[in-house]
Design a protein around this ligand. Structure first.
Ligand code: CTP
Length: 219
């Protein structure tokens, strides 16, 4: 079948989030967005109706995908919830776990000792929130995990903690961050599927193909 995801709606998060300290400063995570964008495009190629909720990146909007640009984790969660119902949710974004307790509306002056401490509060966990929905929970909820060691053990623990259906584990012990190659393991409750080390676009095609097979069975 050339369009196995036709008629399916897929919501994907990608890139970093940006949490304002004041109008010129922020805290964030290092993320190029490449893997999430590639997955969005690969799902669209298979016929899916894709909504990509992206933090700030240097990438162009992927072809054939509705792209919503946001900055903070809270805005990312609101955009994802606004895009539901969907058949599949894929959390690829490197969400900042914390944000400043207060975003100052005026620039904090550097020479006045005002920044002696930066109180932080926890951001919402978007993957966990969507996994635990009782209403309009997507039939297949997928999270990503970046691990340097014991990749599958940690992925399985994360599956339980987040309540999602798959964890796609990245082995980031090499130079994956920002690079063009990757290797992943797709860990579900009773199965593990391992990819070869290959380009992020090929990984994206493989993941989209696995999703197409799974929604055929479960959604
Ligand atoms: N995630 C999210 N919202 C957050 C934090 C993470 O949606 N506030 C999602 C990410 O998009 C990813 C997965 O959760 O799909 C990563 O989980 P996380 O607990 O952040 O794991 P790691 O970053 O791998 O950190 P650790 O190994 O310390 O648990």
């Amino acid at each position: 079948m050339t369009n196995p995801l036709a008629g399916r709606r897929i919501v994907i998060t990608a890139g970093p989030t940006l949490e304002a300290i004041d109008p010129v400063r922020f805290i964030s995570n290092r993320s190029s967005g490449k893997q999430g964008y590639a997955i969005a495009e690969a799902c669209a190629v298979l016929g899916a109706n894709v909504v990509l909720v992206s933090g700030p990146t240097a990438l162009n909007d992927p072809a054939g995908v509705e792209t919503i640009r946001i900055e903070s984790a809270r805005d990312m969660l609101a955009a994802v919830e606004g895009a539901l119902p969907a058949d599949v949710f894929i959390a690829v974004a490197a969400v900042a776990d914390w944000r400043p307790a207060e975003a100052h509306d005026k620039k904090i002056k550097g020479n006045k000792g005002e920044m002696a401490a930066l109180p932080l509060v926890e951001n919402p966990d978007i993957l966990k929130t969507i996994s635990q929905r009782t209403e309009a929970r997507p039939g297949l909820v997928i999270g990503f995990a970046a691990e340097t060691h014991d990749v599958e053990d940690h992925a399985r623990q994360k599956l339980g903690r987040k309540g999602c259906d798959w964890i796609i584990a990245n082995d980031v012990s090499g130079d994956v961050m920002g690079g063009d190659e990757n290797a992943v393991a797709i860990v579900s409750r009773d199965d593990v599927w391992r990819s070869q080390r290959t380009s992020k676009s090929e990984i994206a095609r493989l993941i989209a193909g696995r999703i197409a097979d799974a929604v055929e069975e479960t959604c």
